[in-house]
Design a protein around this ligand. Structure first.
Ligand SMILES: [Mg+2]
Length: 275
C-alpha cells in the first residue's frame, strides 16, 4: 500500500498537536542520549517520533521508517515493506535547538519514497511547527503551501537576493574566504536553523539560495524539502553541480546547494572551481 499525501499531512498535523504546546518549555529540553542521526536527542524529538510511529502502526502500513532518533525500523510486515520498497524518511523535529530554546523556526519533515535513492522520493510534507503552515509536493504534480501552488522566485543577482549559508565549524574562516565572491553577490544572509524549512522558503520565493557545506548534513533533514523545492521549479545539487542521488539510509550525509534557476550557473561555476 502506498502512503497517500493526505495521510502524510495527517501525521505532520498530529506531530504539530503534540509539539506546538511545549515549544520553548522545559518539557521539550535535553536528554543525554544520542539519536541514530548523530545529534543529541531531546524529549521533543522523541515525542514527535513516537507520534509518527503510532500513526503508522494505527494504519497497518508496511514501510521502512528512516528517522533521526530511531535510525531504521520496519513498521508492519518487514517482507512486504521490502518487496514494496516503501520508505518513509522523517526528521521528527528539524531545528530541535530552536524548538527547545523558543526560537520560532522549526519543522517536521516527512518524505515518502518508493525505491533506493533520493531520486525515488515521490511525496513530501514539511510542516512549520510554529505557524502550522504546511508545504507539500507530489512528484511531477507541483508544490503547495497550504492550498496555494508555489514556485521559486525569478530574482537574479541584479535584484536583492537572500540566501542561507551553513558552514562547518572546522576551518570556518577559510570557507568564508573561499566563498567571498559568492557572499558578495547576495543582499542578505540568514542562518535560520531548519534546513527543511529553508528549502521551503526558496520553494515559495522568499529566499533565493541555500549553500550548506556541512558534510554532516543528514538525508532526514532535506529529503522532503528537496522534493518540494524541485516541484516548485528549484534546483538541488552537489557542490560540483551534479545531481544528488544518495542512498536512502540513516547514514546518508552530504553537503548541497539549493537555488532558483537564475543563480544556478554562477553558483556551480564558483563552487566547482573551489570544492
Ligand atoms: Mg531533528
Amino acid at each position: 500500500m502506498e502512503l497517500s499525501i493526505n495521510f502524510l499531512k495527517q501525521i505532520a498535523l498530529s506531530v504539530y498537536d503534540a509539539i506546538h504546546p511545549i515549544l520553548g518549555l522545559k518539557e521539550a529540553s535535553a536528554k543525554n542520549q544520542r539519536g541514530a542521526g548523530g545529534d543529541i536527542s531531546m524529549d521533543i524529538d522523541l515525542i514527535s517520533e513516537n507520534v509518527v510511529i503510532s500513526s503508522l502502526e494505527e494504519r497497518n502500513v508496511d514501510v521502512l521508517l528512516i528517522s533521526e532518533e530511531i535510525g531504521e525500523k520496519y513498521i508492519g510486515d518487514k517482507q512486504k515493506a521490502i518487496k514494496s520498497q516503501n520508505i518513509l524518511i522523517v526528521d521528527p523535529v528539524d531545528g530541535s535547538n530552536n524548538a527547545v530554546r523558543g526560537i520560532p523556526y522549526c519543522s517536521v519533515s516527512i518524505a515518502f519514497a518508493k525505491g533506493k535513492t533520493v531520486m525515488d522520493i515521490e511525496k513530501a510534507v514539511v510542516l512549520d511547527l510554529i505557524s502550522k503552515d504546511i508545504y507539500w509536493a507530489t512528484k511531477e504534480k507541483g508544490a503547495y503551501l497550504n492550498g496555494r501552488k508555489i514556485k521559486v522566485s525569478d530574482l537574479d543577482f541584479s535584484n536583492k537576493c537572500f540566501f542561507e549559508l551553513n558552514l562547518p565549524k572546522k576551518n570556518i574562516f577559510q570557507h568564508i574566504e573561499i566563498l567571498k565572491p559568492i557572499i558578495q553577490q547576495f543582499h542578505r544572509m540568514r542562518i535560520l536553523g531548519s534546513s527543511a524549512l529553508t528549502l521551503c522558503q526558496i520553494a515559495k520565493g522568499s529566499m533565493e539560495a541555500f549553500i550548506n557545506l556541512r558534510e554532516s548534513n543528514r538525508l532526514v533533514d532535506v529529503a522532503a524539502g528537496l522534493l518540494i523545492l524541485k516541484e516548485a521549479g528549484g534546483l538541488f545539487f552537489s557542490l560540483n553541480g551534479s545531481e544528488i542521488d544518495h542512498k536512502l539510509s540513516i547514514d546518508s550525509k552530504f553537503p548541497f546547494v539549493a537555488c532558483n534557476t537564475n543563480l544556478a550557473n554562477f553558483l556551480i561555476n564558483e563552487l566547482n572551481a573551489k570544492y
